[in-house]
Design a protein around this ligand. Structure first.
Ligand SMILES: *Cc1c(COP(=O)(O)O)cnc(C)c1O
Length: 475
């Protein structure tokens, strides 16, 4: 049989669309999508056949044509359409061990926060209404009260993210003026957020003081003039200057600021409410401590260690925060009802310190130690051994997980991993195949082995991993 005769044996678009299985697909999608799906599938099969014919593998080509009944083709099309309509923003299994993984969505919400989001999504709600008067109210009131209660601050405010909070503060107080900052704090965090660039955007001139490793209060004092708009302290959350160093405490900076009536902005990065040494992490100041130290304006992220939705939380002096609220930029960086709902749900958990670690997934994952992970690690190893060929080594190993989100760069969280050593198949190939699975699975690679960190796996993830390995196709 020649090439054309063979290809002509494939059914036509018309044949396929007349089949009863096609009716079902027309109902589920629509006729145009189905026709496109049929064309794509036929084209795909034709190419596969031609490729075999080119290599003179005639029998295999004929076998494919024979196998392609109308039903089989429609099954393929149904599966293709189903895949096409899966969420592009897909749920993933995080086997990387990085808890606040910025590329994988940072924080998972607590049950209460999720319920709040679901509630505002399904019901009209009191977003901007005063129930007593029936008049328009402020969308921020509920969470502001909570934030003040938890931090001891006089006033609070919430915007889209911490970057927006910093930009808003700079624009409000230092546009057309100078900002004094230590050379050691001119940071870049991920996604090209650079402090000097943000200052420029806010219309402020940067005045650097001190050196990379040392700065003294006199360095700041020397630069103060009538055009100084703000003193800025940036918490260097994603790196540490260690060794021969000297930095100026927030309390000293605030004292200096108050003497000249200049506001001090403290960008905390990933603010925390709890003493993180409990989790084996380095000591970092809590938000309440920064407020106590007199922080005029303290800003931090809602979705880093706090474990809530993406948000920039601002706490501090009432007069300053009122001024920020009146800035035109405020409307542009306004949070929506979902953020406010999730934030309220998250913050309420912090009112009860004895249960907060159980409730907030980020804190929960931070608190796990190797003993907590031993049982799940054994389970995963055993199930993997069941589905993997005997020559593949699957072991439990001790390793280190990371906090992520540019926080606690030096902290090492002792963890357990399951590693897979597949002779002849590179770990990056397996990793890539796992990412192509649905739901996608993200892992890490160490010493040429694939590593799945137990710390960041959620309920049900082990089953997804096992299914993926059952179907795994590595070339
Ligand atoms: C993460 C971080 C930011 C930005 O916060 P987002 O909420 O991601 O916008 C700003 N400053 C510091 C010091 C940070 O660590």
């Amino acid at each position: 049989m020649n090439k054309n005769q063979l290809l002509r044996q494939l059914p036509s678009v018309n044949d396929i669309i007349k089949h009863e299985k096609a009716d079902q697909l027309t109902e589920e999608y629509n006729r145009d999508l189905l026709i496109q799906g049929i064309r794509d599938e036929l084209e795909y099969q034709r190419r596969k056949i031609l490729k075999l014919l080119d290599k003179e593998r005639f029998e295999e080509a004929e076998a494919i044509v024979d196998s392609l009944t109308l039903e089989k083709i429609l099954d393929n099309i149904a599966s293709n359409l189903e895949k096409e309509f899966r969420p592009q923003l897909a749920p993933v299994v995080n086997g990387t061990g990085v808890i606040v993984h910025t590329n994988l969505g940072r924080s998972l919400l607590s049950k209460e926060a999720k319920e709040m989001v679901e509630m505002v999504a399904s019901h009209y709600n009191t977003l901007e209404i005063d129930r007593n008067t029936g008049e328009r109210g402020s969308r921020y009131d509920n969470v502001e009260e909570l934030i003040c209660r938890l931090t001891g601050a006089e006033a609070a405010f919430v915007v889209n993210n911490n970057a927006a909070a910093v930009l808003l503060a700079i624009s409000t107080f230092a546009s057309g003026k100078e900002i004094i900052i230590s050379r050691g704090e001119l940071i870049e965090i991920g996604g090209s957020f650079r402090i000097p660039a943000v200052m420029e955007q806010g219309g402020a001139d940067l005045v650097e003081v001190g050196t990379t490793n040392k700065v003294y209060i006199e360095d700041y004092a020397r630069e103060i003039n009538e055009n100084t708009g703000m003193l800025l302290k940036v918490h260097t959350s994603n790196y540490k200057v260690v060794g021969f160093t000297e930095e100026v405490g927030l309390d000293q900076l605030v004292q200096l600021g108050h003497k000249y009536d200049i506001p001090v902005l403290d960008d905390l990065g990933s603010g925390v409410f709890l003493d993180m040494t409990e989790f084996g992490l380095e000591r970092e100041p809590t938000v309440a401590e920064r407020v106590e130290a007199g922080g005029d304006i303290v800003t931090f992220s809602g979705d880093k260690i706090l474990g809530g939705p993406q948000a920039g939380i601002i706490v501090g002096r009432k007069d300053l925060i009122e001024k920020m609220k009146k800035h035109p930029l405020t409307r542009a960086v306004r949070v929506d009802k979902y953020t406010l709902a999730a934030l309220e749900g998250t913050l309420k958990a912090y009112l009860r310190p004895e249960t907060v670690i159980d409730k907030i997934p980020t804190l929960n994952m931070l608190s796990l130690d190797r003993d907590d992970l031993r049982e799940p690690a054994k389970e995963l190893q055993a199930s993997l051994k069941d589905v993997l060929p005997d020559n593949i080594k699957c072991q439990i190993e001790e390793d280190i997980s990371r906090v992520g989100g540019g926080a606690y760069p030096l902290s090492e969280l002792p963890t357990l991993t399951v590693t897979i050593d597949w002779p002849g198949v590179g770990a990056s190939k397996i990793a890539s195949a796992l990412r192509s699975h649905y739901p996608p699975i993200f892992t890490r690679i160490k010493d040429e082995k694939l590593v799945i960190d137990l710390r960041t796996l959620q309920e049900g993830d082990q089953e997804i991993i096992i299914d993926a390995f059952k179907e795994l196709e590595v070339e």
